[in-house]
Design a protein around this ligand. Structure first.
Ligand SMILES: [Zn+2]
Length: 171
């Protein structure tokens, strides 16, 4: 069984700006309205009639969206970026280009890119740690799709392995 939320119609969206270093078009700072769709696979337990409660899932995804909403999203582990603090600002150098951005306006992600693919993996990993064990039924797979506007998205799936370790599924 599964439980599914559509990011557009369930209003699980955020607006943010990012860039893809050295890309001819996306290498310039630009923004998107993103929608986060999720599909949670699992079994209902004897004690609980849901795979996961819709309200809990919605709240959790909404909180993750709020972390990024109206921020400049920067991949902290991107080897193409040179990131240095400069007082209240952060300097992001990419080759010859340097962006100086108020640090409070930045959402740093523990990723090596801010592509839709990387954002989907970030959301799936965060969901796995927040709802992947204990609080819900027997969750076995977490799928996330990130849309960069209507009609264009990327996604990933995490599956649970023995020892409660979540790994990316071959999709
Ligand atoms: Zn973009």
């Amino acid at each position: 069984m599964w439980v599914e939320l559509d990011g557009w119609t369930a209003k699980l969206r955020f607006s943010a700006c990012h860039l893809i270093p050295h890309h001819p078009k996306c290498g310039r700072l630009h923004g998107h309205t993103y929608a986060v769709s999720v599909k949670i696979h699992g079994k209902r337990t004897r004690e609980q009639e849901f795979v996961i409660d819709f309200e809990l899932l919605k709240e959790t995804v909404a909180e993750l969206c709020a972390r990024l909403d109206h921020h400049v999203v920067i991949a902290a582990n991107d080897p193409r970026l040179r990131i240095t603090e400069d007082g209240d600002n952060t300097a992001i150098a990419i080759g010859e280009k340097v962006y100086s951005i108020p640090t409070c306006d930045i959402a740093f992600l523990p990723t090596d890119s801010t592509s839709a693919e990387s954002l989907s993996l970030y959301f799936a990993s965060e969901l796995a740690s927040l709802i992947g064990s204990g609080a819900s039924g027997d969750i076995s797979k977490i799928e996330v799709r990130i849309d960069e506007g209507l009609g264009q998205g990327a996604g990933c799936a995490l599956v649970i392995r023995a020892g409660n370790e979540w790994v990316e599924a071959d999709t």
